[in-house]
Design a protein around this ligand. Sequence first.
Ligand SMILES: [Zn+2]
Length: 98
Amino acid sequence: MRCDVCGKEGAEIQRVTRAYGRGGRELLIRNVPVVTCPQCGESYLTAETLYEIERIKLHRRALAARKQIEVAEFVRAPGGEARPPRALQRPARSTVRR
Ligand SMILES: [Zn+2]
């Protein structure tokens, strides 16, 4: 498909999971189509996709299902020095049995 940013052919659709909202009101939307262009490196959502996301958020009670999922935090600083997770920074002596 044609890229809306640079106008060249070759843009592809990738399906991603996106999170909206904060705290206990977070909403995950799966399979959101993101257009990515290998020509200019841009990735974006089309107007139709944004409209559909707004519709889903507006009608989340009817459209969203409650599911138990595992959630992890990304602990490494972007681009910076690799920082080990807090648990690895110092040995947790109290939990080690000899
Ligand atoms: Zn492009």
